[in-house]
Design a protein around this ligand. Sequence first.
Ligand SMILES: CC(C)(COP(=O)(O)OP(=O)(O)OC[C@H]1O[C@@H](n2cnc3c(N)ncnc32)[C@H](O)[C@@H]1OP(=O)(O)O)[C@@H](O)C(=O)NCCC(=O)NCCS
Length: 228
Amino acid sequence: MTASLHPTSATTPPGSVAPVVPIVIVGCGGFGREVQDVVEAMNTGCIQFDLLGYVDDAPSQDNLERVARRRARVIGDLAWLEQAPADVQYVIGIGSPAVKARIAARLGDRPSPVLVHPGATVGGDVELGPGTIVCAGSVLTTNVRVGRHVHVNLLCSVGHDVVIGDHVSINPLVAVSGDVTIGGGVMLGTHSAILQGLSIGDDAVVGGAALVTRNVLAGVVVKGVPAA
Ligand SMILES: CC(C)(COP(=O)(O)OP(=O)(O)OC[C@H]1O[C@@H](n2cnc3c(N)ncnc32)[C@H](O)[C@@H]1OP(=O)(O)O)[C@@H](O)C(=O)NCCC(=O)NCCS
């Protein structure tokens, strides 16, 4: 995990201007284009990123048109990104944890910045791993540890002392209570809530609107109230 809220803060000497980071978004579907919103919001006032465009192995015609309406473009496929100059960074705009894990493995040690929408709130001693994206309206409180390529979608809350593994996707309006541990590859469905102190095993899925009142084993799908 990396303790960084800024893509270049670790390498920029005090007093100097941080370089603009060339970046591409992997996937031009719905969430990918929402990630463009995060990049553009972060660029307001001070340009941090040069958004080169999207890479997508199979963009639909509809999505190509939507990207064009965002004044962006699809510049190639994942193979293009594999061959791109080493300073080109990436974020994954695809919600599936399994797909995120595959893409990150394929891209190896290519750097990936942390994106935090300025309309999100991140408290003290919060570590966000490379490629993690925090969308508008979400709140992470204190002493939180978040892995690589985690998505905290719109309007989520993540409480104190929570630990979140790699490639987790937390869909809109999820509430993760304090002291919860979430394994790698987990998907938390929209509007779900996890009560305090519980563990969610690797690759588990929590259905939309579920209320999790007990630990969830690895690889299990739970749904409903209480979730089972
Ligand atoms: C739970 C989930 C992962 C799918 O699980 P699944 O076991 O594959 O579910 P299926 O679609 O096969 O449906 C099986 C049954 O569960 C029900 N079901 C599906 N999701 C449910 C949910 N979240 N809560 C309660 N019941 C649910 C279905 O209605 C169906 O009921 P039936 O057998 O009586 O017809 C999925 O429905 C879900 O909730 N995903 C969250 C998606 C999300 O967050 N989207 C936002 C994207 S930004």
